[in-house]
Design a protein around this ligand. Structure first.
Ligand code: GCB
Length: 594
């Protein structure tokens, strides 16, 4: 192993050495809770050589005697916005991979009879959290939330919160050493101090039963409440008021029928106000109800077959060249998907922030959400597998009350092997433990043309473990056509629904050239490529959805071409500056017709 890689691994491991304090189960629906936002300007120290922890800079000591000196101070130095990535905030940090310390002060007036939790929407990629000079928790994984209970640890005024954030790529991480998007580092999502009563509704999962149009199940979990505590679930519009009592673990299960339920669908994304209360706690949010299932080669939504008109985007605002983090960012991304005529989004390639997920649901998009199991994952490494399991639980735990969530994605472009199979089987079991109502999908890039049979085929026995099979295939870009598109017939995953989860090619907006030459990087070539692929789709008998790659040009260190790419993947249907390319109109016409 190269010394540099070894160094990176040791660093990452030391970063995650068990601290004795671990992030715990998540509180459902933090945005529906009483909370104090800790967003805003934070002080920051760039720590390229990882000296900060050794020097205990999280103590933020100040010289007292004449011979005291400290070679750091958080005050009067770099200031970074939270939430946001650091890369887009100062030119020096554009390519930075390493450690940055964040710190801020905050008051927390005494609240008797309340429990307090620090909640982070996401920190990329790993972090340790220090409160008033003490390490209180750590987390790994750049796209899922975590929380740390701080009840009894806060002062009424002037608490000092420091977060050591590191985005070094390592072979045991998820994603691992290389991936086709920017390795943004930082506190990239909201930070808040959440306040709940001593006994509170920690989690719930409220959904329509898989095969029933009128039976709702609600699993509620209380924290700090004695056995026998009564749990109430209300849906005023449906005249629901159901109660159950919690057992000694705080769990209560309810199941009831409702009358005149209007199910959620892309055409009518109906949501109901649902209130869960127990003792002195009460939490509410908008929840929708719908049925999704697979039968043979079809996907059914509310009992009717559905064709998925999907698109993907990264959690990135191209014009700002940075991570998307706010509700208005979500509006920008999703309005462009709406204009294209989509009824679904494949959130690429990791769980995106809750503003996107919640707004997508309100607007009527079905969602595919996945963790970044993206090529190059160390499937034989047990620690990596455990990590992936935790990530997938954090994703499912956060979003299982969102009825828009239709697919949990467990992998993107993985190669068959025993260790991969075992790894993915484990992920599926983690998903199903928390939610057995969604469809499990994975995207493969193994489809090849069988010259003898003159058919496109794929051999990966793992597809048996999936509800829906997805294929990324770049005909006309990475793969030359072996036959003309009208004769490109598929025999892949028959008996199951198939989604083309990625297809496309690059074009530089405003560049015009030969429609038959990829190297022209022209809008005309991209448009012709789309026309050919749409023609081929007619020859895929079990095709139940398509998802072009990708809605917007996005930043990626994979893309070196000096004039056509300049560090951007140009497969967007919309340019980095927000202009629609010719292929956009073709795709729009295809979706309008379906
Ligand atoms: C893929 C990957 C996606 C890449 C894309 C590309 O197959 O899943 O993350 O960005 O190809 O543009 O090469």
């Amino acid at each position: 192993m190269k010394t540099l890689t070894k160094f990176a691994i040791t660093l990452a491991l030391s970063f995650l050495a068990v601290t004795g304090v671990r992030a715990q189960d998540l509180i459902a629906n933090v945005y529906g809770r009483e909370m104090q936002s800790l967003n805003g300007k934070w002080d920051a120290v760039v720590d390229l050589y990882d000296q900060g922890r050794k020097n205990k800079i999280y103590l933020n000591r100040k010289p007292e005697g004449k011979t005291d000196f400290y070679e750091y101070a958080f005050e009067n130095g770099l200031r970074l916005d939270v939430p946001s990535d650091w890369n887009s905030q100062t030119p020096e940090l554009k390519y930075y991979e390493g450690t940055v310390w964040y710190a801020r002060r905050f008051d927390a007036p005494r609240q008797d009879g309340r429990r307090l939790f620090l909640h982070f929407g996401a920190v990329s990629y790993r972090c340790r959290v220090y409160l008033n000079g003490e390490e209180i928790g750590s987390h790994e994984g750049g796209f899922t939330p975590f929380q740390i209970e701080v009840t009894g640890r806060l002062k009424p005024a002037d608490n000092f919160l420091a977060v050591e954030v590191n985005n070094t790529r390592t072979p045991d991480a998820i994603p691992a050493m290389a991936f086709d998007w920017w390795n943004y580092g930082g506190i990239t999502r909201d930070v808040s101090l959440v306040s709940v009563p001593e006994a509170f509704v920690e989690d719930y999962f409220i959904r329509l039963d898989k095969d029933s149009a009128d039976r709702i199940s609600a699993d509620v979990r209380l924290s700090g409440a004695p056995a026998g505590t009564s749990v109430l679930v209300e849906i005023p519009e449906l005249k629901v008021r159901e109660t159950a009592s919690a057992d000694e673990r705080g769990a209560a299960a309810l199941s009831f029928r409702v009358k005149n339920l209007k199910r959620w669908s892309p055409e009518d994304p109906k949501l109901y106000r649902v209130i869960v209360s127990a003792g002195r706690d009460r939490v509410e949010e908008m929840i929708g109800f719908r049925n999704v299932r697979v039968e043979g080669e079809d996907i059914y939504l509310n009992g009717a077959p559905v064709f998925l008109k999907s698109v993907s985007f990264h959690e990135e605002i191209p014009q700002r060249m940075g991570r998307a983090f706010s509700e208005s960012d979500a509006v920008m991304l999703l309005s462009e998907a709406r204009a294209l005529g989509c009824n679904m989004i494949r959130l690429a390639h990791y769980p995106q922030n809750e503003y996107i997920v919640r707004l997508a649901e309100k607007m009527g998009f079905m969602l595919w959400e996945e963790i970044p199991i993206w090529q190059g994952i160390d499937f034989a490494n047990d620690a990596t597998r455990q990590k992936a399991g935790r990530m997938i639980r954090e994703m499912v735990g956060r979003d299982r009350n969102r009825c828009a969530l239709t697919f949990w994605g467990v992998a993107n472009e993985t190669q068959p092997s025993e260790s991969r199979n075992e790894f993915l089987r484990y992920l599926i079991s983690c998903c199903r433990e928390l939610d057995d109502t969604r469809l499990i999908v994975a995207a493969f890039d193994l489809v090849r043309f069988d010259r003898d049979r003159q058919l496109f085929v794929m051999d990966d026995p793992f597809i048996e473990a999936l509800d829906v099979v997805a294929v990324n295939k770049y005909m006309g870009w990475y793969h030359p056509w072996p036959v003309t598109p009208d004769r490109a017939v598929w025999d892949v995953a028959r008996g199951k629904p198939l989604i083309i989860s990625e297809f496309g090619g690059e074009a530089l907006y405003g560049q015009h050239g030969a429609a038959d030459t990829a190297s022209s990087w022209s809008e005309e070539y991209q448009e012709a490529l789309y026309r050919d692929n749409l023609r081929m789709f007619e020859n895929i008998p079990n095709l139940r959805g398509v998802s072009p790659w990708i809605l917007f040009d996005f930043r990626s260190p994979f893309r070196f071409h000096p004039t056509n790419q300049e560090g951007w993947n140009r497969k967007g249907l919309v340019s980095d500056r927000g202009y629609r390319k010719k292929a956009w109109y073709l795709m729009k016409a295809y979706y309008d017709k379906r």
